[in-house]
Design a protein around this ligand. Structure first.
Ligand SMILES: Nc1ncnc2c1ncn2[C@@H]1O[C@H](COP(=O)(O)OP(=O)(O)OP(=O)(O)O)[C@@H](O)[C@H]1O
Ligand SMILES: [Mg+2]
Length: 227
């Protein structure tokens, strides 16, 4: 039986800036099942990051419903949303967002500190994740001693060490040359097929989107096509 990780119905989001209303999302319906790998494409300003922020419980919609793992997220308080973010979601961004003077291992351990996991277990789980992303030989390197692709792998290890039900990636290959980007995409393929990781990835690039199992296109706040 398949399980719905994300279920979205009739989602709307409007921003008001200096008295001008921007209708960023105009009625989004979307279902993402466990183990799926979805790419969200669309031109600049089409609402991709807005949708990702709502899926990631970093922002809330004005109208519509959103269930994450069967839980109605639209009804939750700020504190409850923060808890869901820590428990259910892993984030990867274009600029990695690693702590600069902190080793790869310590970067990966950070979310486990917040989760209240003891030091010994933090260490062993973080080492295991870094090995899984191919950085077993780089545990004590600082971010500036790693390549861009390696830094993004640390960010992925950090996103996954809490065993989230969904990995959200906003332009994860945006700052990479094509060879580094290809390596990272191979890692995401592996995590999806071998570990059953559910992935939602935003990208401008058609060749990146082509690696996903399914693609949707956002245009002017609406999902235009899916395959
Ligand atoms: N905080 C905000 N306040 C006002 N308007 C906003 C805000 N955030 C986004 N918008 C507007 O909402 C629309 C959608 O923005 P969004 O960032 O979701 O686009 P995007 O598809 O991620 O674009 P890009 O590919 O350039 O990252 C745009 O018109 C943008 O100007
Ligand atoms: Mg964006």
């Amino acid at each position: 039986m398949t399980r719905e990780i994300i279920k979205i119905e009739g989602l709307h989001k409007t921003y008001a800036l200096d008295g001008v209303q921007v209708h960023a999302l105009r009625g989004i319906d979307l279902v993402l099942e466990q183990g799926e790998y979805l790419a969200i494409m669309g031109p600049s300003g089409s609402g991709k990051s807005t949708l990702m922020n709502i899926i990631g419980c970093l922002d809330i919609a004005d109208a519509g419903r959103y269930w994450l793992n069967g839980q109605d997220v639209t009804q939750l308080s700020g504190g409850q949303l923060a808890q869901i973010r820590n428990r259910e979601l892993g984030f990867v961004f274009q600029n990695f967002n690693l702590l600069p003077r902190t080793t790869a291992l310590e970067n990966v351990e950070t979310p486990l500190i917040y989760a209240g996991i003891n030091k010994r277990e933090r260490r062993s789980r973080s080492e295991e994740m870094l090995k899984l992303v191919g950085l077993g030989e780089r545990l004590y390197h600082l971010p500036n001693q790693l390549s861009g692709g390696q830094q993004q792998r640390v960010a992925i290890a950090r996103a996954l060490v809490t065993q989230p039900s969904l990995l959200l990636a906003d332009e994860p290959t945006g700052n990479m040359d094509s060879a580094t980007s290809a390596e990272l995409l191979t890692l995401l393929d592996k995590l999806n097929t071998e570990q059953g990781l559910t992935i939602a990835l935003i990208t401008h690039e058609a060749d990146v989107a082509a690696r996903a199992q399914r693609m949707v296109i956002l245009r002017d706040g609406r999902l235009e096509a899916s395959s």
